[in-house]
Design a protein around this ligand. Structure first.
Ligand code: G3P
Ligand code: CA
Length: 326
C-alpha cells in the first residue's frame, strides 16, 4: 500500500445495508441482517464495540439506552452521566436485554416515526462472531455471498476505559476468513490514526475505508476537512482503499436559471483521481437530505451525476432495485 495509487477499476456500485435493513426492523439485529441479505445487499454493516468481558459486540453506540430496555432491566447500572454503557455489561448480561427501534432518550419518542414500533419485538444483541457466522451460513444456504462491512467504533474511548478494541476485532475477522484484499470485507473507522495503525502496526491486509465526518473530531483529533483536501486524500490513499464521507460531502445543489440542480461537490472526482473508492452514508428513503426531493432524484444524483462506488442504505432494497433498473 505504499506504492502509487492504482488506476481506479470501475465496477458495478455496491449496496451496503446500513446496520442491516434498519429501515424495516430495529438496527443491528439478526432479523435486520437476514432481511438485508434477502434483499440482495452486497455488504452488511456491523458497528462494533466491546463488552465488559472484552467481546466485540454489534452496536452503533457505546451506550445502550437509546435502543434497548437497559434502564428497566438494570436501573442501578447507570453511570453518573445518566447513561448505560455496553462496556459495563458482560455478554451474558447484554443477552438479557431487548433491542428496540431507536428512540429519543429524553422523550421516548421514536427517531424515525414510520419505522418498526418502538418497544415491540423479540430482538437480542449479538456478538460480532455470532453475526459473521449467521451471514456466512446465509451465504451457504442461499448460494449468494453477501460481504461484511465492520466498523471499529471509538478506539480512543475504549483505550480510556482500559481496553484495546482493534486487535480483538481483527482477530475475530481473521477467524472468519476476513483478512486479505480479496475477501468480501471492508473494514472502516472514523479515527484516522487508528486507520493508519490498522494497516501499519497491526498489518491488516484487507480492504480498508477511512470514514469522514464533519469538521474536527475532538475525541480522536481527526481533521475531516484536511482528509477531504487534495493533500489529505493523497496521504490517506497510501493506506486505504476508499473513503466513506457523508452524503452532503459528495452532493450539493446549485441554482441555474431559477432551478435548483444536484451536482457533485468534487470530492468524489478528487478521491477517484487517487484511486480511492467512495462509499457515502446514508441513504434513508424516509429521511432524505434536505437538498433532494425524492429517492429517485437522490439515487440518480449519487450514481449518475456524481458516480459513487457504493452507498450505505437503511432501505437496501430501494438501492438494489434502482441499480438493477439501469
Ligand atoms: O459507517 C458508515 C456510517 O454508518 C457512518 O455513520 O454513525 O451510522 O456509524 P454511523
Ligand atoms: Ca457505521
Amino acid at each position: 500500500h505504499d506504492e502509487a495509487p492504482m488506476t481506479k477499476n470501475k465496477q458495478q456500485p455496491c449496496v451496503i445495508a446500513h446496520r442491516g435493513a434498519s429501515g424495516y426492523v430495529p438496527e443491528h439485529t439478526l432479523m435486520a441482517k437476514g432481511i438485508a441479505h434477502a434483499m440482495g445487499a452486497d455488504f452488511i454493516e456491523q458497528d462494533v464495540v466491546l463488552s465488559r468481558d472484552g467481546v466485540p459486540v454489534v452496536s452503533h453506540d457505546v451506550h445502550l439506552d437509546t435502543v434497548t430496555d437497559v434502564a428497566k432491566v438494570f436501573p442501578h447500572r447507570r453511570r453518573s452521566d445518566g447513561r448505560y454503557y455496553v462496556i459495563d455489561f458482560t455478554v451474558a448480561e447484554l443477552k438479557t436485554l431487548s433491542i428496540y427501534e431507536r428512540f429519543d432518550r429524553v422523550s421516548g419518542n421514536p427517531v424515525f416515526p414510520t419505522r418498526y414500533p418502538t418497544g415491540e419485538g423479540e430482538f437480542r444483541i449479538v456478538t460480532l462472531a455470532e453475526e459473521l457466522r449467521f451471514i456466512q451460513n446465509l451465504n451457504r444456504t442461499t448460494g449468494r455471498e453477501a460481504g461484511v462491512y465492520p466498523e471499529i467504533k471509538r478506539p480512543l474511548w475504549h483505550r480510556e476505559q482500559g481496553m484495546e478494541i482493534t486487535p480483538v476485532v481483527l482477530r475475530v475477522l481473521a477467524e472468519f476468513g476476513y483478512a486479505n484484499p480479496e475477501d468480501r470485507c471492508f473494514l472502516q473507522c472514523f479515527d484516522s490514526e487508528e486507520v493508519v495503525a490498522v494497516r501499519k502496526r497491526h498489518g491488516y491486509r484487507g480492504r480498508l475505508i477511512q470514514l469522514i465526518g464533519s469538521g474536527h473530531d475532538v475525541e480522536s483529533g481527526t481533521d475531516y476537512n484536511r482528509l477531504k483536501s487534495h493533500e489529505g486524500l493523497a496521504e490517506i490513499a497510501k493506506v486505504v482503499d476508499g473513503i466513506g464521507p457523508s452524503l452532503p460531502a459528495v452532493l450539493t445543489t446549485i441554482e441555474e436559471e431559477g432551478d435548483s440542480q444536484l451536482v457533485s461537490t468534487g470530492l468524489t472526482e478528487m478521491a477517484h483521481s487517487f484511486g480511492l473508492l467512495v462509499h457515502p452514508w446514508t441513504f434513508r428513503a424516509d429521511a432524505l437530505p434536505s437538498v433532494v426531493s425524492s429517492s429517485q432524484a437522490c439515487l440518480d444524483a449519487c450514481f449518475q451525476t456524481v458516480g459513487i462506488d457504493g452507498l450505505f442504505a437503511d432501505q437496501p432494497d430501494a438501492v438494489v432495485r434502482y441499480l438493477r433498473s439501469l
